[in-house]
Design a protein around this ligand. Structure first.
Ligand code: HEC
Ligand code: HEC
Length: 365
């Protein structure tokens, strides 16, 4: 019964993909009555935003370095640093490249053991990837909120910080190719280092399982025993917050990965909204998931921001604090719990923010 259910789901998925792929040329809806409807042109356009290395898919538009700086300062710098140098959230974006790299198309510091960190500009070979990624995924807390022109502008500023383009540069669909020819690591991506039997194909490949597939696959990572503590305690060498921390390599490894929960001690217990199917989740908890607060706040554990339990504890018995916290969430800010800022949440309705704050301050997690 279950297996049939799974097959049926796959069949429905395959059919729905057909409907997506041939919205205009086939009358799929007539052939498969009752199964979905053809995607509209606007729906396909909203989904079809990828930009390829040969710039296929690049939308028409433009943006200057100067305009990009305004956007960067307002919407990117709080996480990536004023000059794209911050490693507080993830690896820095700008740094580690030179004029010679731009001429050669290979970044020398990638093989220099003294280089402390690998930045995006050191690694990335294709400018299209940067455009595509920023347009699709950034700012992290508000993906897909940049217009095409804003994306060109902010990318122009990023390239200017990396000294790939001059201060008065305007990046556009027409100028992208000329900048690609100056990307510091443009010749850095090869297929030839893959396993011999890959014959020049990329060294990753996947096979979709269509039969007798595993019901549940736990993805995890493990440090081999011989490597444990080879470079002293990793936990002391990594940042003390965030979902990915160094494990304590001075103690014995965990016996096994648990299937349903996040693993090592001190790690977040995942961002499951409600694992309690008996009683419905309170409104606050639903809003917490809906507005992606869970990306940075655990209920009982510190992530990028403080745990909500800690917040409730600090402000216990101070009713006047509601309005202050509501403003803080709306406008963002740093300093109450450390140097890492909370980004502004300008688009969340005031009533939702008020419900969130009341729920947090109740402290019943
Ligand atoms: C709230 C924090 C935050 C803000 C604001 C933000 N980013 Fe990011 N950015 C991240 C995080 C976290 C990652 C890594 C995400 C991942 O790997 O899944 C990232 C990754 C990136 C990367 C890819 C880095 C790499 O090498 O993989 C680029 C480029 C980038 N951001 C550009 C921007 C730009 C441009 C803006 C402003 C429009 C912006 N970001 C705003 C947090 C942020
Ligand atoms: C990109 C990460 C990020 C996101 C997303 C985020 N926060 Fe924060 N939040 C932080 C950081 C970092 C702090 C600590 C700021 C400080 O030290 O002043 C913080 C602090 C707070 C505080 C305590 C403020 C104070 O002054 O004591 C509250 C309450 C809060 N966040 C609620 C929320 C809510 C509700 C959401 C979802 C709408 C949310 N946060 C989304 C990172 C984030």
């Amino acid at each position: 019964m279950f297996r049939w259910g799974k097959r049926l789901r796959r069949l429905l998925f395959a059919l729905s993909m057909l409907v997506c792929w041939f919205p205009l040329t086939s009358n799929a809806a007539d052939k498969f009555p009752g199964l979905g409807r053809p995607a509209t042109v606007a729906e396909v356009a909203a989904w079809d935003i990828d930009v390829r290395p040969d710039f296929k898919g690049l939308p028409a538009g433009s943006g200057s370095v100067a305009k990009g700086q305004e956007i960067w300062d307002a919407r990117c710098a709080n996480c990536h640093g004023t000059f794209g140098e911050s490693n507080e959230i993830f690896t820095p974006i700008v740094g580690g490249t030179t004029k010679q790299d731009i001429e050669r198309g290979r970044v020398a510091s990638l093989t220099d053991p003294k280089q402390p960190q690998r930045t995006t500009m050191m690694k990335v070979a294709t400018l299209s990837s940067l455009f595509d990624y920023i347009y699709r995924a950034m700012p992290w807390n508000e993906p897909r909120s940049l217009t095409v022109n804003e994306t060109y502008a902010v990318l122009a500023h990023l390239l200017n910080m990396a000294e790939v383009v001059p201060d008065d540069f305007v990046l556009s669909d027409k100028t992208m190719a000329s900048v690609q020819a100056r990307m510091p690591n443009r010749f850095g991506m090869t297929k030839s280092h893959g396993l011999a039997n890959m014959r020049g194909k990329p060294d990753v490949h996947g096979t979709a399982c269509m039969k007798d597939c595993a019901e549940f696959v736990q993805i995890g990572s493990r440090l081999p025993d011989y490597a444990r503590n080879a470079h002293n305690n990793l936990a002391e060498q990594n940042r003390g917050w965030g979902p990915f921390r160094g494990v304590n390599t001075t103690v014995a490894p965990l016996a096994a990965l648990s299937a349903s929960r996040s693993v090592a001690q001190g790690q977040p217990s995942s961002v499951v909204v409600s694992d309690d199917s008996v009683s419905p989740a309170p409104t606050g908890k639903i809003l917490y998931a809906k507005h992606h607060c869970a990306a940075c706040h655990g209920l009982t554990n510190k992530l990028v921001g403080p745990s909500f339990r800690e917040v409730a504890k600090r402000y216990k018995g101070k009713p006047e604090v509601n309005a202050v916290l509501e403003q803080k969430i709306k406008l963002g800010g740093a300093g109450a719990w450390g140097n890492i800022p909370m980004p502004p949440h300008a688009t969340i309705e005031a009533s939702d923010i008020a419900s969130l704050v009341s729920w947090i301050l109740e402290g019943k997690f």
